[in-house]
Design a protein around this ligand. Structure first.
Ligand code: SAH
Ligand code: SF4
Ligand code: F3S
Length: 443
């Protein structure tokens, strides 16, 4: 019987992509992917370190795995438990010390070593194998795409790591220096995905618009150049990219939003805060006015562009007036959707030791900001009612006979359609707007 691997993913889309590639790597070793930890021969937690709560989830999940590992041992075999992702990188051996159940720790740049580590852990019963190097080779190079069925949408990591060092953020430490994958490899992987039925590709990177990979012509390609080349792939119908930094929004990328019909009119462009004093303390290296004028320029290139963002409230030193400026910026932009968080002090980051904002102040500011963002999202969604939009049918919905698709603006859209139509793009008249989704009928 084939061995089974269970992978649980936390954190961002880059982790989702990495988990798929780890699954590919283990399938190449003869493992079968399973959707439950119980009975699995290998359990990998692909973790996130971005906020304290995210890190704590790793340890509570490990606690829950303990009885399952014991049951497996009683049945005479071993459940190898691995921790991957950003907690693995940040805490390394500390994880094994805190939870001896863990057999292996593998950092985000060393996933091609997972099969070998898993083999060693299961054969020799070796405890606490830790691999958190940043090797020079491309971690995905040695991993073939698995044979398992793919859906109509796929992620493709084009860039990893970050050199920006925002004062609150662990990513430059957990993912390492910014690195772009060569364009040729990405084009090849994209063609392979499309050949297997994928019609929408989302390019991923912690700073995706900082992409500057080597092109097949021997020159450095920008993200815009890469998007233009991907747009030529026959059968590919939609392109997206995330996450972008305002300072890397180059002229050619802005122009691409007007030039490429395949590029969806939706941009995730985090600003974090609206006060220049706080932006400076965060080391974001741009002002609120610069962000607003950038948005104006992108909207000029693509008038129906919908925006999404990330916000942090309660950054050290943020006072009521600073926070008001965040609210003012949000009112000015009008987001279709956004994520917002209370600042969480992260060990080793520059802001962690500074003048912390009290918890109840953070909570009140977050509630106020989320009220405003929810109101904007509801308004954006309700404006879609009565419109007809192309919807990419992605998967079965909650009710029988129903499918869920995505609008160009990334809203989930529910409609009645037969299951075999997954992967089609259909014109849908939107009839109803909920807070986080829409519903409609085929036009
Ligand atoms: N690379 C992306 C996002 C990185 S993490 C970017 O540069 O925008 C995703 C989001 O988590 C960030 O945009 C930020 O809003 C939030 N975040 C990061 N560190 C945080 C911290 N210490 N506390 C609270 N939120 C944080
Ligand atoms: Fe973190 Fe800033 Fe880099 Fe984004 S740009 S990953 S927030 S350091
Ligand atoms: Fe979390 Fe690492 Fe992504 S810290 S948000 S999993 S880059």
């Amino acid at each position: 019987m084939a061995k089974k691997v269970f992978i649980k993913t936390y954190g961002c889309q880059m982790n989702v992509y990495d988990s798929q590639r780890m699954a590919d790597a283990m399938e190449a070793e003869g493992y079968e992917l399973t959707d439950m930890a119980e009975g699995a021969d290998l359990v990998v937690l692909n973790t996130c370190h971005i906020r304290e709560k995210a890190t704590e989830k790793t340890y509570s999940e490990l606690g829950r795995l303990k009885p399952l590992a014991e049951a497996k041992a009683q049945s005479g075999s071993k459940m190898v438990i691995g921790v991957a992702g950003c907690v693995a990188q940040a805490e390394g051996e500390e994880i094994v010390r805190r939870q001896p159940l863990v057999d292996l720790v593998v950092g985000p740049q060393a996933y091609h070593r997972l099969p070998q580590l898993a083999r060693r852990a299961s054969e020799h019963n070796a405890a606490g194998l830790v691999e958190t190097e940043f090797p020079a080779e491309d971690k995905f190079d040695h991993i073939p795409l698995a044979k398992r069925a793919l859906g109509p949408t796929a992620f493709l990591t084009v860039q990893e790591g970050c050199d920006k060092f925002c004062a609150f953020c662990v990513v430059p430490y957990t993912r390492g220096a910014e690195l772009s994958r060569p364009a040729e490899k990405l084009l090849r992987e994209a063609r392979e995905l499309v050949a297997r039925g994928v019609v929408e590709i989302t390019l991923l990177g912690q700073n995706v618009n900082a992409y500057h990979g080597m092109g097949p012509d021997g020159r450095e390609w920008s993200l815009a150049r890469l998007l233009h080349a991907l747009a030529e792939i026959d059968g590919l119908k939609r392109l997206r990219f995330t996450t972008s930094h305002p300072n890397d929004m180059s002229e050619d990328l802005i122009a691409a939003h007007g030039e490429l019909e395949i590029l969806m009119p939706y941009l995730h462009l985090p600003v974090q805060a609206g006060s220049d004093r706080i932006l400076k303390a965060m080391n974001r290296k741009h002002s609120a006015a610069e962000y607003l004028s950038l948005i104006e320029r992108i909207r000029k290139a693509r008038p129906d562009l919908a925006l999404s963002g990330d916000f942090i409230v309660g950054f050290p030193g943020e006072d009521d007036a600073d926070f008001e400026q965040t609210m003012a910026l949000v009112r000015e932009v009008g987001y279709a959707q956004a994520y917002s968080f209370k600042y969480s002090a992260r060990p080793g980051t520059p802001a962690a030791g500074n003048d912390q904002v009290p918890e109840e102040v953070k909570a009140a500011r977050l509630a106020a900001l989320q009220d405003l963002l929810n109101e904007q999202q509801a308004r954006f969604n309700s404006r879609c009612v009565g419109q007809t939009m192309p919807i990419l049918l992605e998967k079965p919905g909650r009710e029988p006979g129903q499918l869920v698709g995505r609008s160009p603006y990334l809203q989930p859209v529910h409609l009645n359609a037969a299951a075999e139509r997954v992967g089609e793009i259909v014109e849908v008249r939107i009839e109803q707007a909920m807070r986080n989704s829409l519903s409609g009928v085929e036009a």
